[in-house]
Design a binder for this molecule. Sequence first.
Ligand SMILES: NC(=O)c1ccc[n+]([C@@H]2O[C@H](COP(=O)([O-])OP(=O)(O)OC[C@H]3O[C@@H](n4cnc5c(N)ncnc54)[C@H](OP(=O)(O)O)[C@@H]3O)[C@@H](O)[C@H]2O)c1
Length: 228
Amino acid sequence: MLVTGANRGLGRQFVLSLLDRGAAKVYATARRPDLIDVPGVVPLRLDITDPASVAAAAAAAPDVKIVINNAGISTGANLVTGDLDTIRREMDTHFYGTLNVIRAFAPQLADGAILNVLSALSWLAFDGAGAYHAAKAAEWALTNSVRLELANQGTLVTGLHLGAADTDMMAWYTGDKAAPEVIVEAALDGIEARRPEVLADDWSRQVKAWLSEDPSVVYREAAAALTA
Ligand SMILES: NC(=O)c1ccc[n+]([C@@H]2O[C@H](COP(=O)([O-])OP(=O)(O)OC[C@H]3O[C@@H](n4cnc5c(N)ncnc54)[C@H](OP(=O)(O)O)[C@@H]3O)[C@@H](O)[C@H]2O)c1
């Protein structure tokens, strides 16, 4: 098993929960592996946006059967006025970074699994998170395509959606946040049950239901501004 972004937040919780469930070997990867503080794991350097780093990690971990693509960023950039390099960094991380890891590890994942940590914002735009929404939507589409492409080698590809979990990324948010272990346990239960999708909280279930609505219902403020 291998977890990206394992030095903190949900990634660190994935490592803890995998060990709790009896995983024999967990590669805990991070841009700075010296920050991995969970005993009993194999720390490995991995920056998902750096193809050389991804190739080196795949070579160093040839026995991986499950990859948890957890690493992510949230820059707060909007699309029309945000800094274009920042917008590209969101896409480089969530879309190309996740794809880098999948392409490098896919040959060894026959009969294994990939879990991509997506978001309720894969399905919902949010003012102040335009770049994040677009990048997570792209990562969701990637998840669906990769699932099709790897089905014939028996690789399960699961998308995990969540609204808000109590990590550094959501430190600014004062509303309800799920404990990381609640989200991660739901995700690992989903892999064990070989489910293609896990909706880990009420937010992700609600936002998925909104997909069948007209945008004027979901984005009421935008609709009201247009008719004012
Ligand atoms: N927390 C939430 O409410 C929430 C909601 C929906 C989705 N998510 C998703 O859940 C995942 C984990 O988020 P989190 O809440 O745990 O965030 P977090 O606490 O900010 O942790 C993010 C992790 O990703 C790593 N990372 C970022 N860019 C990387 C790269 N290029 N290569 C390798 N690692 C990289 C970070 O490493 P450094 O320490 O080096 O920065 C850190 O370990 C993300 O994909 C996020 O989009 C979170």
